[in-house]
Design a protein. Structure first.
Length: 175
């Protein structure tokens, strides 16, 4: 007959070994998950870049004269999503923030409400994203795109402010 203390020691050793095995397995899964997230991030960035390049090529080929009142909203385009569609149109007089896709509109509104220059990592909590490096870089890309299109200014590297381009620009949602 086995003594109770010896049986408990054997069960404890088996449980300890199982915990170590599960910890190793969890660490391996965490590494695989991070790799999958990195792959997803690269694919998202690639898709956005391709859509932007196609939109810019399409816009440079056609260059229609669109009056400020004739601008289509973000959901009123006739082309399929991401193909030949400029998601963030260049800012021009009379164009309001409502023409921007939701996340870009949120970013512009957050910066408009800020008392001074804003960094990408300061925007993250306000748009409901975690402050991970990947998400910060994605938001920084959106900020840079808004600068390129004239919606924002980048006075110092990484410091974004609302572009002041004409009368009524102080009011982001003015229509």
């Amino acid at each position: 007959m086995v003594s109770l203390p010896k049986e408990l020691e054997a069960r404890e050793a088996a449980a300890r070994q199982r915990v170590e095995e599960l910890q190793t397995e969890a660490a391996e899964l965490a590494l695989r998950l991070e790799k999958a997230r990195e792959d997803l991030s690269r694919l998202e960035i690639t898709r956005e870049t391709v859509a932007q390049v196609l939109a810019e090529l399409s816009a440079s080929d056609t260059e229609p004269d669109v009056a400020a009142g004739d601008v289509q909203g973000p959901h009123e385009t006739s082309a399929p999503h991401g193909v030949g569609v400029m998601m963030v149109p260049p800012w021009r007089e009379g164009l309001v923030v409502a023409v921007l896709p939701d996340v870009y509109r949120d970013i512009v509104e957050i910066i408009a409400d800020a008392p001074g220059p804003v960094q990408a990592k300061q925007i993250m909590p306000r748009i409901g994203l975690p402050t991970t490096t990947r998400k910060i870089e994605g938001t920084r890309g959106k900020l840079k795109r808004l600068v390129e299109r004239g919606w924002l200014d980048e006075g110092a590297p990484g410091q974004f402010t609302l572009a002041r381009q004409g009368p009524g620009r102080d009011r982001v949602n003015s229509q």
